[in-house]
Design a protein around this ligand. Structure first.
Ligand SMILES: *Cc1c(COP(=O)(O)O)cnc(C)c1O
Length: 236
């Protein structure tokens, strides 16, 4: 067994264990392989081992890999910070964007989505721990932005995404993730959002995916636990 094959198996076991612990269906979590900093060749290998959803944060690097791997049936998720100057390429090359936190960005993505592609799947990023330097809408702002996004023609509002604070422990992690699940439920129950798919909680990373899955995560975003530690990134 190769290293990667071994880590994938280990990770799938962690996910299965958490699903079982919370009485959830065996296939109810999507493993999003966070592949920033990894080469196209590594992703090709990962695909051979069964991974087909990849998450990228750095746009130029991502576009190069997407083009190098265009022969494979992969699903690409943009999970990095979204500024106005990035929307055109994200709209043209990705299947998902997880980090929407402003109407302006959503409007641009919708307007720039090529007509031959299906709607771009989007999640609202929620600043779940109300951190001053972190992207994301406050929990109280999520409803309004969700309603505004649902009115845009070329976006498919799928749910919510969060990155909890870096020093979260098991217990605060559970609290933040439970709060996310509550917020998604409120959106699902809002009559004005009745037509939206709203089936996604994108939360949980290498170190805390158990807490996230136990609180209802439907996508876990895992980098380090799959590919090993990353070199520090000095530019975007
Ligand atoms: C890098 C990154 C991840 C993966 O984090 P790991 O701890 O390496 O699993 C997940 N989500 C986002 C938004 C990221 O930028």
């Amino acid at each position: 067994m190769s290293n990667l094959e071994h880590t994938i198996a280990k990770l799938r076991k962690r996910i299965a264990k958490s699903l079982e612990k919370s009485n959830r269906g065996t296939n109810s979590v999507l493993l999003l392989a966070v592949s920033k900093g990894r080469s196209a060749a590594e992703l090709r290998t990962a695909h051979k081992l069964g991974l087909d959803h990849f998450g990228e944060s750095y746009l130029q690097e991502a576009i190069e890999k997407i083009s190098a791997l265009a022969d494979l049936p992969l699903c690409w998720h943009f999970i990095g910070a979204l500024q106005a100057n990035k929307t055109r390429l994200v709209a043209a090359h990705f299947d998902w964007a997880h980090s929407i936190d402003r109407l302006k960005i959503a409007q641009r993505l919708s307007a720039q989505r090529p007509a031959n592609l299906p709607s771009l799947n989007v999640c609202l990023q929620v600043n779940i721990d109300n951190e001053t330097n972190k992207a994301g809408v406050s929990p109280g702002e999520a409803q309004l932005l969700a309603k505004q996004i649902q009115a845009l023609p070329n976006l498919n509002l799928r749910g919510l995404m969060a990155i909890p604070k870096a020093d979260a422990n098991q217990s605060t992690g559970h609290q933040s993730y439970a709060h996310m699940a509550e917020l998604l439920k409120q959106l699902q129950q809002s009559p004005e959002l009745a037509g939206s798919q709203l089936d996604t909680l994108s939360m949980g990373m290498s170190s805390d995916l158990e807490a996230a899955i136990e609180e209802g995560a439907s996508i876990v975003r895992v980098g380090t636990a799959l590919f090993g530690p990353r070199k520090p990134k000095t530019h975007q």
